[in-house]
Structure formats: C-alpha cells, structure tokens
Design a protein. Structure first.
Length: 164
C-alpha cells in the first residue's frame, strides 16, 4: 500500500465530521484492502508521522470559505505546506496544513511525492449537530470518486453502492 487517505475533523461538530465520515464510508466500501485509511480526528501532528514512506497522501477535511455547502475543493499539498507556523506550538494550535509543513521538514526524503487535499464546504459546525444532508451527499460523491480512482475494477453500479 503506497497511498494513505487521511480524514480530519471532529465527529461531534456537525459538518466538521467530513473527514472521519469519509474514512468510515471508504471502509464500508472495502477500500481499506487497497489503501491505508486514517481517521486523524483533530490530531494533525500524528497525521504527519503516518505519512512516512507513502508515495501518495490524500487528505480530506471540511472547509468554511463562504462557498455553497457541499462545494468540493481540490488543492495541491505543495501549496498548503507553505503555511506559517502557529505562534504557540502545541497540539491544540496545529492544523493539518501545519502537519504538511512539519511532515515536509521532519520526513525529508520519506515525505510523500504527491499530496492531494479535498475540502468540502460545510454548512453547520455547531457542537452536537449532525452532518448536514447536503454535505453528506457530497461526502458520498467523493467516496465513490476515490473508490473509482483507487480501485477501478469495482464499479458502484455492480455492487449496489450508488449514492442515488
């Protein structure tokens, strides 16, 4: 396995659960037989260590950019690893973009060659709120897209996993 998919987010804060929800869905679809899956929760620093030796890392998280809920953004990890370090370095101030920058520095030649970041625009991040319907639909769309890309011989139409 040379691909790692990292889902970031908090199960208990509405649409912030995008990453962990995607990881759970990919496990249900059986993708964990072909790639490593990691529910990183909110532990960004641990995610950096998990990237060691991987060729490709796909990181998934929620976003709050003002776009329509469910909007899927795809970004290059190279762009995001240029983030400035937090003012006070501790596990509560580290975000996943910091973990990319840290990983580049710490892992050096063992840093993945390719990093893709998928962000799904959230609608509600309130504590105790469920994943919103629009965002849940787009998590499923991304799960099917990753399944098709990383395990192309498994078609959703032949296995009853179509999101419709």
């Amino acid at each position: 396995m040379d691909t790692l998919i990292i889902g970031c987010g908090n199960w208990w804060c509405g649409d912030d659960a995008v990453g962990p929800t995607l990881i759970q869905r990919l496990r249900e679809l059986g993708l964990d037989s072909y790639v490593r899956l990691l529910d990183a929760g909110t532990t960004a620093l641990d995610a950096a260590f998990q990237m060691r030796g991987m060729q490709r890392v796909i990181l998934v998280d929620a976003a709050s950019t003002g776009q329509a809920p469910g909007t899927l953004l795809q970004l290059s990890g190279e762009l995001l690893e240029q983030v400035s370090p937090p003012q006070a370095l501790n596990t509560h101030t580290l975000r996943w973009d910091h973990s990319l920058a840290f990983g580049r520095w710490w892992l050096q030649e063992e840093y993945p060659r390719e990093i893709l970041v998928y962000l799904i625009e959230g609608a509600c991040f309130d504590p105790g709120a469920p994943l919103s319907d629009t965002v849940a639909l787009h998590v499923e769309v991304l799960a099917q897209q990753l399944m098709a890309e990383l395990h192309p011989d498994r078609s959703p139409s032949t296995h009853g996993d179509d999101p419709e």
